[in-house]
Ligand binder design. Structure first.
Ligand code: ZN
Length: 167
């Protein structure tokens, strides 16, 4: 691969970043925002949709709400994982109170709910407050299950009866 496509989380422009530069603080060619900020970035539904479909780096979304205590407690934990995985995975947040239509389209029934996108598909989903170690373990498991092949990972997770993972 020559480079990974990343949608700028600020302006929504698609950038192509050489894979060996992902960990070196790449910036958007249009607006100059950091493409791998190492923290969770608030996004609107338009940017979220473009990033979820187009990103060639795994994308984690935290569907949260301002009134939700567990969501607020999870926020620093989520940011810690975002810092740990800087250059490998991107982390965004979507406010489901401000954008209820997105939550209902995604079938989000409770907050916080995390979704992991890879290769344009949602490959994992987890509801409930988790500490940083739990979030990290969930991401690692989901990415291992689909190592190198997002479509296969999605297919694996879709087969509800197939719980066999190489653990
Ligand atoms: Zn930008």
């Amino acid at each position: 691969m020559i480079g990974a496509k990343l949608v700028c989380l600020e302006c929504g422009q698609t950038n192509r970043v050489p894979c060996d530069r992902l960990g070196q603080g790449p910036k958007c060619g249009i607006c100059g925002a950091g493409l791998m900020p190492g923290r969770a970035v608030d996004v609107d539904p338009g940017v979220l949709g473009r990033a979820a479909r187009g990103d060639e780096v795994p994308l984690v979304v935290d569907f949260w709400a301002p009134w939700c205590g567990p969501c607020r407690r999870m926020a620093p934990e989520y940011n810690r994982v975002a810092a740990d995985l800087r250059g490998r995975v991107r982390f965004v947040k979507l406010d489901t109170e401000a954008h209820p239509e997105v939550a209902s389209r995604q079938g989000i029934r409770g907050v916080p709910t995390l979704m992991l996108y890879r290769g344009g598909q949602a490959i994992a989903r987890q509801s409930g407050m988790m500490p940083a170690a739990g979030i990290r373990a969930w991401i690692d498991r989901a990415l291992e299950a689909g190592a190198g092949d997002g479509a296969a990972a999605a297919a694996t997770l879709r087969g509800a009866s197939d719980r066999s993972r190489s653990a």
